[in-house]
Design a protein around this ligand. Structure first.
Ligand SMILES: *Cc1c(COP(=O)(O)O)cnc(C)c1O
Length: 303
């Protein structure tokens, strides 16, 4: 029924000299779950969609910024699974021609609803109520696939692993992916000595920290701060150069918004000895390939 449900992603050795070490680093390729949908967004959506199906819902309604991997993921999943889809887009000046994320969402058949920023900020539930409360087939999915239903799909990543790394590291924004990984670690007690490093890609470390502490799980984690590069989707020449170098050394596409920042943090943790030479590391590639096609990145490559 669900064409993505059985997609376990593979783990492979990660040989990238730019990380400062090539031994004992592995990468879980959730970027290969789907060429367009970020693996992480798919995992978070999985239970939302399963729940929508049990409720007989036929129309997925969600929210996102102009460069939202989640929006594209919902649009694609809806097209594959036979749902209608709509998305409130932050910014009433936007249209589908504005960028490649919006264009893809539109191609997948999503109805885009450009929304004035204040209204967007003031309440998604309110927007949903106004436009969809009277439509029994509609199903609310929060921005980014956040919420309780986002967690179980991600927790499956841990059960798929056939080795026990000392460290797991990944890009973190809302903390939902991190919450799923910690839940998986708690459910699989062999991971009791593994440490999760959730690298904050925007300046919201306290919120992420309290969200994860709130889970009250007996597993070790830290929200890694200092690798925001100025904030969400902000960047620097150093980061762009690192992303280019990594891609040229591995053939694996990463982006400057999410995975590039998390891998940069890994490089520094290796450099400073916080991650020790004999310790094994699993980097979770969360996807986000579309981020590589940003104008900022395209103009930086080759300079
Ligand atoms: C959304 C996203 C993340 C962050 O996931 P959260 O669950 O919000 O922390 C990480 N990587 C990629 C590629 C993403 O699209």
């Amino acid at each position: 029924m669900n064409p993505f449900a059985s997609n376990q992603s593979k783990v492979e050795p990660l040989v990238a000299p730019c990380l400062g070490r090539v031994e004992n680093i592995f990468i879980k390729r959730d970027d290969l779950i789907h060429p367009i949908v970020s693996g992480n967004k798919w995992r978070k959506l999985k239970q939302h969609i399963a729940f929508a199906e049990t409720q007989g819902k036929k129309h997925l309604v969600t929210f996102g910024g102009a460069y939202s991997n989640h929006m594209v993921a919902v649009a694609c999943a809806a097209a594959v699974l036979g749902f209608k889809s709509s998305c409130f887009i932050r910014g009433d000046e936007l249209q589908y021609q504005s960028n490649h994320y919006l264009r893809l969402a539109k191609l997948y058949g999503m109805d885009l609803i450009p929304t004035e920023r204040t209204a967007y900020r003031e309440g998604k539930k309110q927007l949903y109520e106004t436009h969809f409360a009277h439509k029994p087939e509609a199903f609310f999915i929060d921005e980014g696939g956040a919420g309780e239903l986002g967690i179980p799909g991600v927790s499956e990543i841990i059960a798929e692993l056939d080795f026990i790394p000392n460290h797991i590291i990944h890009a973190s924004a809302t903390g939902t992916t991190a919450a799923g990984l910690l839940t998986g670690m708690e459910q699989n007690p062999e991971f009791k000595n593994t440490i999760l490093h959730a690298v904050a890609v925007l300046k919201n470390t306290p919120e992420q920290q309290s969200k994860l502490e709130g889970l009250k799980l007996p597993v070790a984690f830290n929200v890694v701060t200092g690798f925001e590069f100025g904030g969400y989707a902000k960047s620097s020449k150093e980061l762009m150069d690192f992303v280019s170098e990594f891609i040229s050394q591995t053939g694996i596409i990463i982006d400057p918004v999410y995975t590039g920042k998390a891998l940069f943090a890994l490089k520094i943790k290796i450099e400073t000895g916080e991650i020790k030479e004999h310790e094994s590391v699993l980097f979770l590639h969360t996807g986000g390939t579309l981020g590589i096609f940003s104008d900022a990145f395209l103009s930086a490559v080759g300079n």
